[in-house]
Design a binder for this molecule. Structure first.
Ligand code: UD1
Length: 352
């Protein structure tokens, strides 16, 4: 058992896509976990699946609490009963378009939620935090790969919440050196657990590429709109750094271990990406190969606000966390397809 394992880890948003995969890896590493989630964009079925996957023994080490981090009372109830060794904070909204239309919803969920959480954490002297940031804080980078010390910017209200929350974390830690904070900047999380039992299940029409491709493959949507075919890239489509969700989950486990073991880490950001760029058309081809399905595409104009190429420098996470992504695009597509073919309607039954 490592340091701190006798204490529970609180995972906010633990019923969501990245949350469930991370909780699974935490349980396997011997951590005890409490999840708080308001199920705004997730379902309890994901937790049932998670329990099945880890088996009866380990599933005793996970608790689920329906609650909202914006509600101090929900947090008080948890913190007054349990001593948490650290918090992994996923809970938040992440749809760019929705954030432009409803900025207050984003400021309320992401900013108010996090600030309320940090207040209660400080009150109960739990000052160790792993926070879900995003490559969105690099905006449209002039140079790639993106290095952690690049200047940060926001392109929309969603991105602004991530940027503000990074700044808030830095200020918090500067004012009180007892805080230990790791900000993890995710690139483009895709794929699913290899069992096909857990995966991404967005509500409504997906905004992101992989869930969209998946829904075309299972016949829920007719074709994929490829946004932009005149980018200055080898095939004209935009380039991103797709990362397997299990690699991302492992990144959280090593970040947490670092947090528990090192007193003086301060507030530090790490990229979680593979360091490899893949174009939209390459991703479509890889998915077709993995699934054996033809994905009809329509070439469309660029999506406003999209960058030409975004991928990570992985040096800092490699050196300081000893973490490196294991999976490539073929494995991402293989597992994405396994999840989708077994669960074409996500966690829900097929609508009648
Ligand atoms: C987007 C957000 C980012 C957020 C991330 C995770 C923007 C500008 N960025 O990243 O802030 O952190 O999601 O939620 O929205 N594409 C298509 N057709 C589609 C969907 C996407 O061609 O139907 C293309 C996009 O133009 C882009 C690539 O696929 O070039 C990846 O898109 P997406 O999955 O939405 O991720 P990002 O835009 O990188």
């Amino acid at each position: 058992m490592g340091i701190g394992m006798e204490e529970k880890i609180l995972v906010t948003g633990g019923a969501g896509f990245i949350g469930t995969h991370t909780v699974l890896q935490l349980l396997k590493q011997g951590f005890k976990v409490s999840i708080i989630d308001n199920l705004d964009n997730s379902v309890e079925e994901a937790i049932h699946r998670l329990r099945k996957l880890v088996g009866p023994q380990l599933s005793q080490n996970v608790e689920f609490h329906l609650g909202d981090i914006r509600n101090e009372k929900d947090l008080e109830k948890l913190f007054s009963q349990t001593k948490f060794g650290a918090v992994i904070h996923f809970a938040g909204l992440k749809a760019v378009g929705e954030s432009v239309a409803h900025p207050m919803r984003y400021f309320d969920n992401n900013l108010v939620g996090s600030i309320t959480l940090y207040k209660v954490m400080a009150k109960y002297n739990c000052k160790k935090l792993v926070f879900s940031s995003s490559a969105t804080v690099y905006g449209q980078p002039d140079k790639v790969p993106c290095v952690e010390n690049f200047e940060l910017t926001a392109m929309n209200p969603y991105g602004r919440t991530k940027l503000f929350l990074e700044e808030i974390a830095r200020d918090l830690q500067k004012a009180d050196s007892e805080w230990r904070i790791i900000l993890l900047r995710y690139f483009n999380p895709v794929g699913a657990h290899e069992s096909g039992m857990l995966g991404e299940d967005p509500k409504g029409i997906p905004n992101n590429l992989m869930p969209y491709i998946t829904q075309v493959a299972v016949g829920r949507l007719p074709e994929l709109n490829v946004y932009g075919h005149d980018y200055p890239t080898h095939d004209g489509s935009a380039i991103r750094d797709y990362i397997h969700v299990m690699d991302l989950a492992d990144g959280h486990v090593v970040a947490l271990e670092k947090l528990l073991e090192h007193k003086d880490i301060g507030c530090v950001a790490y990229n979680l990406g593979t360091g490899h760029g893949t174009s939209v058309l390459e991703m479509v081809a890889a998915f077709e190969k993995a699934s054996g399905k033809k994905i009809p595409i329509k070439l469309c104009p660029r999506r406003p606000g999209d960058a030409t190429a975004v991928y990570a420098s992985t040096e800092k996470a490699g050196k300081e966390l000893g973490w490196k992504a294991k999976y490539g695009v073929d494995e991402m597509c293989r597992d994405q397809w396994k999840w989708a073919s077994q669960n074409p309607w996500g966690y829900q039954p097929k609508p009648k």
